[in-house]
Ligand binder design. Structure first.
Ligand code: NAD
Length: 471
């Protein structure tokens, strides 16, 4: 019997939920059962699989209130939980539409006139998905849906910090028999994740760099593919010509949405020195208008910091910045209210790259602003980082912004906006540097990365080949 894990409620601080990770033997059995069922799932064909996924969507729609309720307790926030469910449901439709354009066998002639080539693609049998706590539903399903469409069986281990949403989600799965056979969500912690990596044929991981590196090593030892989506420290560059009103609104949203607990959050802001003062005055004025969603879910826009560890990291970064000369204009330290941890949108100036708030992921509603004198130095500052997930450039000139965007080492660059990748999944993009590894989880690659290409080289006549031994 595994040891139960008590789960903290982010609004009350009380440990009011318990999960019990499956013992290793049962988890291995479950992986084997899913793998055995996979061939039948693949044999259903793309249309058959789309049909099953749409039934899952219907089951979730009729279970939506329970799913929302559980997700809200997991994360302590309402607005983002509703959006997560919308994005998840629209994701099913989008991938189903994309799937119909793909995965078709083809046969054609080759450079050798009597040899034809038939191409097909074979899914990995069992895909493992391990996900973090900041968007529990979205990030445990973003890889799951395309893997299922590609014809894989999938086992998902969401974060032990936010596990409550799994029960209503699995209830919906259990009403769709063909899905129940090839999709499981399991409770558990890092140890459960390790066992999972040892028993799947491909692993999709979203989470911290440290865990991603451990998973990369474990996957390398088994020679299975690992798709890693890791941390970010995303810069925004605001050029002199930028529309300051638009830039401050977009950057505010991009920095404090989900209380800054988003991999795509803007965490470093570089502003042309001529407009610095106007920019931060406007940003501070807008930040002041945002309220904490405390004491009730509807009291404001900013939900709690979900984990105590993250609250401590945010405070450590703020104190480090203050000690080294940073000036806070609004917001400030994370504070305890009713057992939860809360942080007002915080604007800091006089920051530099020796500060943690500029060189480590903060994952809070913190907006550090530095100025630059030349475009070249802005690009240099943006690239002076281990991370390369996403970025933003604000300029009146689309061409100027794109020219700068091309020089930034990151996979997704928003022009005159921020955080678009959370809701717009058509973009093909890779994580650069320490922010990840592997094929794009968006666009057409979201599906094709779950399949291995297979070729049939077909001789079309009965002649002797000129290169055979003439015996
Ligand atoms: P984490 O690495 O601590 O945990 C993530 C998951 O890995 C959890 O389910 C955990 O149980 C599991 N895990 C822990 N140790 C493991 C091991 N040795 N083997 C297998 N599984 C293991 O990350 P977190 O704190 O939950 O998530 C926050 C991080 O995720 C942030 O750094 C954030 O930037 C990143 N993130 C990235 C993206 C992206 O798309 N790039 C999206 C969201 C979050």
């Amino acid at each position: 019997m595994s040891k139960p894990i008590e789960i903290r409620n982010p609004r009350t601080g009380k440990y009011d939920y318990v999960i019990i990770p499956p013992p290793e033997r049962l988890l291995v059995q479950q992986c084997n059962r899913l793998r055995r069922a996979q061939q039948n799932w693949f044999d259903l064909g793309l249309d058959g699989r789309i049909d099953v996924l749409l039934k899952w969507k219907d089951a979730i729609l009729s279970n939506r209130d329970k799913l929302t309720e559980a997700l809200v307790i997991d994360t302590g926030r309402l607005r983002e939980s509703k959006l997560e469910i919308d994005w998840f449901l629209s994701g099913i439709d989008r991938w189903c539409r994309l799937g119909s354009k793909l995965l078709q066998d083809t046969e054609k002639g080759t450079s050798i006139p009597f040899i034809n080539l038939q191409q097909t693609a074979v899914p990995y049998a069992l895909v493992g998905v391990i996900s973090p706590w900041n968007f529990p539903l979205l990030l445990s399903t973003i890889d799951t849906i395309p893997a299922l469409l590609a014809g894989c069986a999938v086992i998902v281990k969401p974060s032990e910090i936010t596990p409550r949403f799994m029960a209503p989600l699995m209830n919906a799965v259990s009403t769709v028999p063909k899905l129940r056979d090839i999709l499981s969500f399991i409770e558990g912690n890092g140890k459960t994740g390790e066992i999972l990596v040892d028993n799947v044929d491909l692993i999709c991981f979203t989470g911290s760099i440290e865990t991603g590196q451990q998973i990369a090593i474990a996957a390398a030892q088994r020679l299975i593919p690992a798709f890693l989506e890791l941390a970010g420290k995303n810069p925004a560059i605001v050029l002199k010509s930028a529309n300051i009103d638009l830039a401050t609104s977009a950057i505010l949203w991009g920095s404090v949405f989900n209380s800054g607990q988003s991999c795509f959050s803007i965490e470093r802001i570089y502003v042309a020195e001529d407009i610095l003062e106007e920019f931060y005055h406007k940003l501070v004025a807008k930040a002041y208008k945002l309220k904490l969603a405390y004491p009730t879910l509807n009291s404001g826009e900013i939900g709690p910091i979900i984990t105590e560890t993250q609250a401590a990291i945010i405070n450590e970064h703020l104190l480090d910045a203050i000690e080294k000369g940073g000036i806070i204009h609004c917001g400030g330290e994370v504070e305890e209210k009713g057992g939860g941890w809360w942080c007002h949108p915080t604007v800091i100036t006089e920051v530099n790259h020796d500060m943690k708030v500029m060189n480590e992921e903060t994952f809070g509603p913190i907006m550090p602003i530095a100025s630059f004198s030349t475009v070249e130095s802005a690009i240099e500052l943006a690239n002076d980082s281990f991370y390369g997930l996403s970025a933003a450039v604000f300029s009146e000139s689309r061409d100027e912004a794109l020219k700068i965007a091309r020089q930034i080492d990151a996979g997704a660059i928003n022009i005159n906006d921020a955080g678009l990748t959370v809701m717009m999944h058509e973009a093909e993009k890779n994580a650069f540097k320490f922010s990840g590894l592997g094929s794009s989880r968006m666009g057409v690659s979201a599906l094709t990365r779950f399949m291995r290409k297979k070729a049939f080289l077909i001789k079309t006549n009965s002649n002797y080949d000129p290169w055979w031994f003439n015996k």
